[in-house]
Design a protein around this ligand. Sequence first.
Ligand code: 5AD
Ligand code: SF4
Length: 470
Amino acid sequence: MNEHVSLPVPAEEATQRPNSRKVFIKTYGCQMNVYDSVRMGDALASEGYVTTEEMADADLVLLNTCHIREKAADKVYSALGRLREMKKTRAAEGREFMIGVTGCVAQAEGEEIVRREPAVDVVIGPQTYHRLPQALKSARTGRRVVDTEYAVEDKFEHLPKAEKAATRARGVTSFLTVQEGCDKFCTFCVVPYTRGSEVSRPLAQILDEAHRLVDAGVREITLLGQNVNAWRSEGPDGREWSLGDLLYRLADVPGLARLRYTTSHPRDMDDKLIEAHRDLRSLMPYLHLPVQAGSDRILKSMNRRHTAAEYLRLIERIRTARPDIAMSGDFIVGFPGETDADFEDTLRLVEEVGYASAYSFKYSTRPGTPGAELGDQVPEDVKSERLERLQALLLKQQADFAKSCVGKVIDLLLEKPGRMPGQVIGRSPWLQSVNVDAKTSQIGDIIPVRIIGTGPNSLFAEPAERLMRA
Ligand code: 5AD
Ligand code: SF4
């Protein structure tokens, strides 16, 4: 799980249905929210809504929110203030304008949201968004809905399946949520409270969705879960399958060229999953495996249930299985009680691992978590100074990794048109954006390219002969 992906939910051709209502969905936070936004869009499509990328055109605005850090929740309230003003203007024009809050802030704050911002029409947590169409109907008759239940029914069974055309319009890569919730209870984290305990989607449901996606032209699927590698389901052989088994099964789906999964907990990296990295060419050599800190004392206080040495040993095993794997991680600086020496341990661990990319954050106190009760909070300026040092090191590692790719011939999945005519943007196996001269008709193809240069956030490449794999 990271906070940096915010893919737009693509607009359908609104002109095809001139009388339909329009929904604008703003997605905050992690990839799980991106996936949920797409599914909410599908649920509303069956009620006649089309998605729009222009908030000004919308009859309904949904904020699909994130609660992971304090700032994330603050952003929602300031956005709601602006929406309240829009609603007033629309009311004066006699036009409907509804506001919905979904996602983790909805789950955590519930009624508090409508108390602070009465213009909100519906508040729906991540477990019940299949009830969104019903809630909107009810709100339209003046009965505002706040629904933050942990529903007993499976929302995925109740959500309409996306139309093939809608899936096709979304492109050649897709997320697929296979697991939700978390039982790990890291002491800094709200996820076990907002998303509930670990639940896995059944195998058959996942295979059905994967086949549908591939049928609509998807070439790469990223399996999602707050603890994706805690996924378990009964297999056709009656055995309990783990994520490794699922990956072996998905690797057999014809047309599905690439597989990824995120986010994993070090404790759940079992042998089967590591073997999958060794055996499956379609499983991309990139792994997001957060460690959070490098000091055992802090890891213990964070309730991470692993030491720095255990994490390093695990990476060694993964690299033995798949030597070209690129590592990514999450870090928190300034957890309560973190001393200079603890922080130096984090820097040392980063040096030892060598990350291809990473996300790092200042500790943010979350009410209701055990971390909020700890004394010895780290002053803000110390947190800022540590974050700056850590990010400088991580950025250097990222740049070094990008430079190490120059001259290599790699497989590139062509994803979308580039900014310049005649250019297409693709993804490297290591999740980097790569610009190359190609035709838009080639989107969806995997072509060999030679990396010829690096930019601040992407690489440049030229088409190459089919590679002899190094
Ligand atoms: N403060 C700062 N960062 C946090 N994360 C989770 N909770 C907090 C918090 N209270 C970070 C962790 C996690 C990522 C998604 O967000 O690094 O892996
Ligand atoms: Fe939060 Fe820890 Fe669970 Fe990740 S493993 S979601 S950081 S409690």
